[in-house]
Design a protein around this ligand. Structure first.
Ligand code: ADE
Ligand code: ZN
Length: 349
């Protein structure tokens, strides 16, 4: 593998936008833009407690994770039919295409929908249809990861897994999301063990607001292959060394961390520190409709704020493919596309 050229183009933002990427941390319900929320509310005759798109957008001022989750779950109430799930995912995949995302591993929260009487089949079929269409029409490899809501019980997670059993060929893995503090990973050790036996990949949110111990517990008790967020790891030097040594990917979400007040401003974000310590950190959008940006917005803004350079860009995009659940052959193809992009930019510098 060649090293990046020393002199890169005039415009680092142009390079960042052009680079092929994998998105490994996107909650599909968090891609629901206010305009689509209102459109679906009308289509499904769902009453919303907001007068207009602008009124809803004004409510997007969050002080922490929970203040966001309350609005995020309310927004998802407009999703009722298979077409709604398809349309939401398709809108995201079009945005992903515009940002040169080649692979998306998409989280969904079935319990948010089954609790309202929407069948698992409706959710999975709608999302899956958009994924199949993305491959055919956009050339994006899109896969689904089912997340259990950690504020609910492990028994409810087992029920959800049972409901998903007929659709496991459409799901590559399971994750753990929602309110972190007070709901440590070990609460879900048994259901994650069962998912492992079923051949599903395992990831978990840990160290977003919660302590480094939650990251250890996700690794040791859930056998998580990736950690979603993980930014609190910097508080624990031993854990940092372990994450680097074991090449555990962290799916970091800079604009999310800013909007949920994990960092007071982007200049203080620790992404650069994670990368410089040799961790397999990646950039992702989390809930782009709520946090003010999709993939390229996250890249451009965090680079501008932290002064990262083309070497960091190369590492982040390579990390995103390494950290994905793609086959080894597909990963080689993605890496070739990254190298081609650097070669093209070096040629035009
Ligand atoms: N669900 C959607 N976004 C989330 C986040 N940032 N943390 C935990 N759960 C989530
Ligand atoms: Zn998340």
């Amino acid at each position: 593998m060649s090293t990046p050229p020393a002199s890169l183009p005039a415009s680092l933002p142009d390079l960042l936008r052009a680079l092929p990427k994998a998105e490994l941390h996107i909650h599909i319900e968090g891609s629901l833009e206010p305009e689509l929320i209102f459109q679906l509310a009308k289509r499904n005759r769902v009453a919303l407690p907001y007068a207009s798109v602008e009124d809803l957008r004004r409510a997007y001022a969050f002080s922490n994770l929970q203040s966001f989750l309350d609005i995020y779950y309310a927004g998802a109430s407009v999703l009722l039919k298979e077409d709604d799930f398809h349309d939401m995912a398709w809108a995201y995949l079009l945005r992903a295409k515009a940002d040169n995302v080649l692979r998306a591993e998409i989280f969904f929260d079935p319990q948010t929908h089954t609790a309202r009487g929407v069948a698992m089949e409706t959710v999975v079929n709608g999302l899956h249809r958009a994924c199949v269409r993305a491959k055919a029409e956009l050339g994006i490899d899109a896969e689904l990861i089912l997340c259990f809501l950690r504020h609910l019980s492990e028994a409810e997670a087992f029920e959800t897994l049972e409901q998903a059993m007929p659709y496991l060929d459409r799901i590559i893995g399971v994750g753990l999301d929602s309110s972190e503090v007070g709901h440590p990973p070990e609460k879900f050790a048994k259901v994650f063990a069962r998912c492992g036996e079923l051949g599903l990949h395992r990831v978990a949110h840990a160290g977003e607001e919660g302590p480094p111990e939650y990251i250890r517990s996700a690794l040791d008790m859930l056998k998580a292959e990736r950690i979603d967020h993980g930014v609190q790891a910097v508080k624990d030097p031993d854990l940092m060394r372990r994450l680097a040594r074991e090449r555990i990917p962290l799916t970091v979400c800079p604009l999310s961390n800013l909007k949920l007040c994990v960092f007071p401003d982007l200049a203080q974000h620790n992404l650069r520190q994670l990368l410089d310590a040799g961790l397999v950190a990646t950039v992702n959008s989390d809930d782009p409709a709520y946090f003010g940006g999709y993939m390229n917005d996250n890249f451009v803004e965090v680079f501008a704020a932290t002064g990262m350079d083309a070497k960091h860009a190369r590492q982040l995009t390579l990390n995103s493919f390494e950290g994905s659940f793609a086959s080894a052959a597909a990963k080689r193809g993605y890496v070739d596309r990254v190298e081609e992009t650097f070669a093209r930019f070096a040629g035009s510098a």
